[in-house]
Design a binder for this molecule. Structure first.
Ligand SMILES: Nc1nc2c(ncn2[C@@H]2O[C@H](COP(=O)(O)OP(=O)(O)O)[C@@H](O)[C@H]2O)c(=O)[nH]1
Ligand SMILES: [Mg+2]
Length: 452
């Protein structure tokens, strides 16, 4: 029978000795090599040898004390999070503009505005959307506002919580203001038949119309259509940038969009345009027709009606042609507050308001603003931000030109072809066509870009 294990023989003892000698010799060789390496340094490709030499020289022979720059001592006071709400200068009064800076880990900040315009970022928001609001703010601060320090204006139909104010003021680089919306701007007005309204809520809910059964959504749309621009907190401004929670920007904004608007004689601007749900605005166009029939002079001669009305052929054709449902997505807006404060728009809003469509239907501020801008403004007073990348769930878009991407100014997490501009639900191609551009938005018009 074959042995299961190899028996220990003289021969195997001899080969063990040989292995031990080899191990000792190897150890000695490694020790010698190690010492040599330590003295001479690693072998480095010639191209970067000089840099290493320089670095080594600095490490081994630091310059004399007089040659070195003094290292500034930065004292960072630590503000315990638990105590944040007790910081005296974080106490806000309703409707009273904030003037002081805030403790934000590095002491009181310099919130002095750098941008040249009378402008504010504006966010209508609920306390419970705090996290989404902070994320949108952080993004817009990093992409743009930290270099301009425009103020932020927050509006709410309920008092903002202390935590909301503390956290948002920490992210804002500029001044912050918190406003409570007056009750009459966020409630059902007397001229609305409440029974009919509640019937309609049920009907819209049953039809599964988006936000169809929501009363608060209707207040929001009516407020954005007719009141926000009259807020006391915005009275010193000419321009606003509407920001919504959960939105994001994919590109660095390297110039001031407010200055751009002013210098290029723009009054309304957008990044995305799409079709409205007809079921939410069944009678809005009819009401608009009646209004412009009474005020044909309010409609600009060289307007953008051709974008929102197929086959538009002059003011008279508004009475026979339908609204094609294309509107600017108003969750993003940079616009002239005085557009909404104008006699024409105030009258238009009042007219619509009295029709009751904000309650009996579910008229959105987006189609209302869009129709007004398209009819009352000159064609070239509406601006499309081809160079901005923007996301408001569920849609997102990015610039189509190569330079914005190659320069890494824009970082878009999707393929260019997936941009909402090319989605069947987008009206972007119609906009480009209306402005004599091709299906990719070329040629891009030349604008005066403000200095910074
Ligand atoms: N204060 C307040 N803000 C609201 C209310 N409803 C909506 N908003 C704000 O109005 C904007 C539009 O609302 P959102 O829910 O985003 O509607 P969507 O974009 O049409 O889906 C956002 O800035 C919301 O934070 C509300 O009841 N109270
Ligand atoms: Mg939204």
């Amino acid at each position: 029978m074959e042995p299961k294990y190899t028996p220990i023989t003289r021969r195997s003892i001899g080969s063990r000795k040989f292995l031990i000698v080899c191990a000792v010799l190897c150890t000695i060789l490694f020790w010698i090599a190690g010492n040599l390496y330590a003295q001479r340094g690693p072998s480095v490709p010639t191209g970067i040898q000089n840099d290493l030499d320089h670095t080594n020289a600095f490490v081994n022979h630091p310059p004399a004390a007089a040659e070195t720059q003094p290292v500034p001592t930065i004292v960072v006071p630590i503000v315990p999070a638990a105590k944040a709400t007790n910081i005296p200068n974080l106490k806000h009064l309703w409707g009273v503009p904030e003037t002081s800076g805030h403790l934000r880990g590095e002491g009181v900040r310099n919130r002095t505005q750098i941008g040249r315009e009378k402008a504010s970022l504006v966010m209508l928001v609920r306390n419970r959307e705090q996290k989404d609001a902070l994320m949108a703010m952080k993004n817009i601060e990093e992409r743009f506002n930290q270099n301009y320090r425009y103020p932020w204006t927050f509006l709410n139909d309920e008092p903002f919580s202390d935590d909301f104010k503390v956290q948002t003021s920490r992210i804002a680089s500029g001044e912050v203001k918190y406003g409570l919306i007056p009750h009459n701007e966020w409630s059902v007005p007397d001229f609305i038949d409440t029974d009919k309204f509640h019937e309609k809520l049920k009907e819209f809910e049953a039809k599964k119309i988006l936000y169809g059964g929501s009363e608060s959504y209707r207040h929001m749309c009516r407020y954005n259509s007719g009141f926000f621009f009259e807020s006391d907190l915005l009275k010193d401004y000419d321009w606003y940038w509407r920001v919504e929670p959960s939105t994001g920007f994919y590109c660095d904004q390297l110039y001031d969009p407010f200055t751009f608007m002013r210098e290029n004689n723009k009054r309304y601007s957008f990044v995305m345009t799409l079709y409205e749900y007809r079921s939410t605005i069944e009678t809005l166009w009819q009401a608009t027709r009646e209004f412009v029939k009474e005020h044909p002079d309010y409609v600009a001669d060289d307007n953008s009606a051709g974008f929102i009305v197929d086959g538009y052929s002059g003011k008279h054709s508004l009475q026979s042609k339908d609204f094609n449902l294309c509107h600017f997505w108003s969750n993003f807006e940079i616009a002239d507050l005085n557009l909404w404060r104008s006699k024409e728009y105030r009258e238009y809003f009042d007219y619509l308001d009295k029709k009751g469509g904000f309650f009996y239907e579910r008229w959105g501020d987006a189609p209302v603003h869009s129709i007004a801008a398209a009819l009352f403004l000159k064609k070239d007073q509406i601006h499309f931000w081809h160079d901005m990348g923007y996301r408001h769930p569920p849609y997102e878009r990015c610039p189509t030109d190569e330079e914005s991407h190659d320069s890494v100014r824009c970082m878009c997490p999707f393929d260019k072809a997936k941009s909402f501009d090319f989605d069947g639900y987008s009206c972007q191609k119609r906009w480009w066509k209306f402005h004599g551009q091709n299906d990719e938005g070329k040629p891009i018009p030349k604008y005066k870009i403000p200095d910074f």
